[in-house]
Design a binder for this molecule. Structure first.
Ligand code: THU
Length: 399
C-alpha cells in the first residue's frame, strides 16, 4: 500500500480546494487511478467552504459565560461550541467533551489550529455532501473513494489518531464477525474501522502542522471501491462502552428549555412553605406541548408535604397527560437543586428519558434524564417480570 501526500499552497477561506488538489497532483506528477482512496483534511475542506468564524464577532450568551468560567475557556469560543454541539457531556479545565452531529469531539470539533489568528474553524456544514462533491469532481471516470479525515485522541491515550467524518465509495466499517481467528475460532464482535484506519495511515504523511499536505492518495489498499455513500456508523451514547459507563451524573444545561425554567421560577413564588421557608418551583412539559407548574406545598405534619415536582405532576395527570418530555426544577439553593428520591421515583413511572433541568434562582443549571438520576430503578417492568410472571396481580398501568 502506498501513501502519497499532495502538497498544496495554503488554502484560504473560500478558495476552491479541488482546484488546489488538482494543481498539487499535477506538480507532483500524480494522477488518480482506479482503486485510489483520497483522504482530505476536514479542516481544509471547512476553510475552503468558508466555515471560519472571527472570534471578535461572537457575542457570548449567559450560558456560554457560565460554562466558560466553569471550564476555564474563552466565553466566545464557548458560545460557538454551544451553537455547534448537540450536547456537552462535561469537561476538564480548557476543554469540554461534546456530541456534534453524533460524533464525540472535544470542543465540538472547533479548531484553532491551521486557522488564521483570531479565528476558529468549524466542521464542514455537511461533511457527507462535501465528500461526495469532491469525489464527483475529481473522479473523472475513475473508481475512487474519498474520505474526510480528522484526528482525535482515544480515552486515556496521549496523541491523536485518524477519524473519518465522511466516507464516499468505501464501506467505512467492515464487519469481520463470522470470520475465523488464527485458531479457527469465530470472531464475535470484531468490526474493522476501515475508514478511520485509512485516515490514520494518511496522517502519518499529512502531519497536523505546517506541512501543507491537506490531501493524501492511498493506493493499493486492500479495500473495494464501491458505489456507496454511507454515513459513518455511530453508536447511541447510552450503548457506548465509554460514554455509557461514565454518563451517570448531571451535565451542563445547554439551552432549549429557558421558558420551562422561567415557568418553574414563577411557580416557586407560589410555594406554600411556611415551615421550612425553602421554596421550590417545578414546571413539567408534556409531550402534547403543555406546561404544568407548581410550588412545594407544606403541612404542619411534615409527612404530608408535597414537593413541587410531584405537585406539578399531579396537576398534569389530573388533566389527562401521561407522556412527558422534560421538567424544570428551581430552588433557592447554592448549587442547582436536585429532586428528592420520592420525586425521582414518581417521575420515572412515566419514562426514564424525561429530562430533568435542575436550576437555582441565580440561573445556574444542569441536566440529566430521570433514568440517570435513578439508575436500576424499580418500575412497572420490574413488577411484571417478577418470578410468578404476574406481579402482584395488578393490571398493567394504562399510560
Ligand atoms: N422540596 C421540593 O419541593 N423539591 C425538591 O426537589 C426537594 C425538596 C421541598 C419539600 C419541602 O417543602 C421543602 O422542599 C424542604 O424539604
Amino acid at each position: 500500500m502506498e501513501v502519497l501526500g499532495i502538497k498544496t499552497k495554503i488554502v484560504k477561506v473560500g478558495e476552491d480546494l479541488v482546484v488546489a488538489i488538482e494543481k498539487g497532483m499535477q506538480e507532483a506528477g500524480l494522477a488518480l487511478e482506479d482503486g485510489d482512496i483520497l483522504v482530505v483534511s476536514e479542516s481544509t475542506v471547512a476553510t475552503s467552504e468558508g466555515r471560519i468564524v472571527d472570534l471578535d464577532l461572537v457575542l457570548p450568551g449567559e450560558i456560554a459565560r457560565a460554562l466558560a468560567a466553569k471550564y476555564e475557556k474563552d466565553p466566545r469560543e464557548m458560545e460557538l461550541i454551544l451553537q455547534e454541539s448537540d450536547e456537552i457531556l462535561g469537561g476538564v479545565p480548557g476543554v469540554v467533551l461534546t456530541l456534534n452531529k453524533g460524533f464525540l469531539y472535544p470542543n465540538a470539533g472547533i479548531d484553532h489550529s491551521n486557522a488564521p489568528p483570531g479565528t476558529m474553524v468549524l466542521f464542514p456544514a455537511d461533511p457527507q455532501r462535501s465528500a461526495a462533491e469532491i469525489r464527483r469532481r475529481l473522479a473523472k471516470g475513475k473508481r475512487i473513494g474519498v474520505i474526510l479525515g480528522d484526528s482525535r485522541t482515544h480515552p486515556l491515550r496521549l496523541g491523536c489518531v485518524g477519524v473519518a467524518l465522511a466516507c464516499e465509495g468505501v464501506e467505512p466499517v467492515e464487519d469481520a464477525r463470522g470470520q475465523k481467528d488464527l485458531f479457527g475460532r469465530e470472531l464475535r464482535i470484531t468490526r474493522k474501522a476501515v475508514a478511520d484506519n485509512l485516515v490514520s495511515a494518511a496522517q502519518v504523511v499529512m502531519g497536523e502542522g505546517d506541512e501543507g499536505i491537506p490531501a493524501v492518495i492511498i493506493r493499493g489498499a486492500p479495500v473495494q471501491i464501491q458505489d456507496v455513500s454511507c454515513e459513518i456508523p455511530r453508536i447511541a451514547p447510552g450503548e457506548c462502552m465509554y460514554i455509557g459507563s461514565l454518563r451517570s451524573g448531571p451535565r451542563p444545561y445547554t439551552g432549549g428549555y429557558d421558558d420551562l425554567i422561567k415557568r418553574a421560577k414563577e411557580a416557586m413564588m407560589s410555594a406554600y412553605a411556611p415551615y421550612s421557608g425553602f421554596r421550590v418551583g417545578a414546571a413539567l412539559l408534556s409531550k402534547s406541548g403543555r406546561i404544568y407548574s407548581a410550588g412545594n406545598i407544606e403541612n404542619a405534619s411534615s409527612g404530608a408535604d408535597i414537593c413541587a415536582e410531584r405537585a406539578a405532576l399531579a396537576e398534569a395527570l389530573a388533566s389527562g397527560e401521561r407522556e412527558f418530555e422534560a421538567i424544570a426544577v428551581v430552588g433557592e439553593t447554592e448549587e442547582p437543586i436536585t429532586p428528592c428520591g420520592i420525586c425521582r421515583q414518581s417521575l420515572i413511572e412515566f419514562g426514564e428519558e424525561i429530562l430533568i433541568i435542575m436550576a437555582n434562582a441565580r440561573g445556574d443549571a444542569v441536566a440529566a434524564t430521570v433514568g440517570e438520576l435513578l439508575p436500576r430503578a424499580f418500575t412497572g417492568k420490574s413488577l411484571y417480570k417478577s418470578c410468578s410472571g404476574s406481579g402482584d396481580g395488578r393490571s398493567s398501568p394504562e399510560k
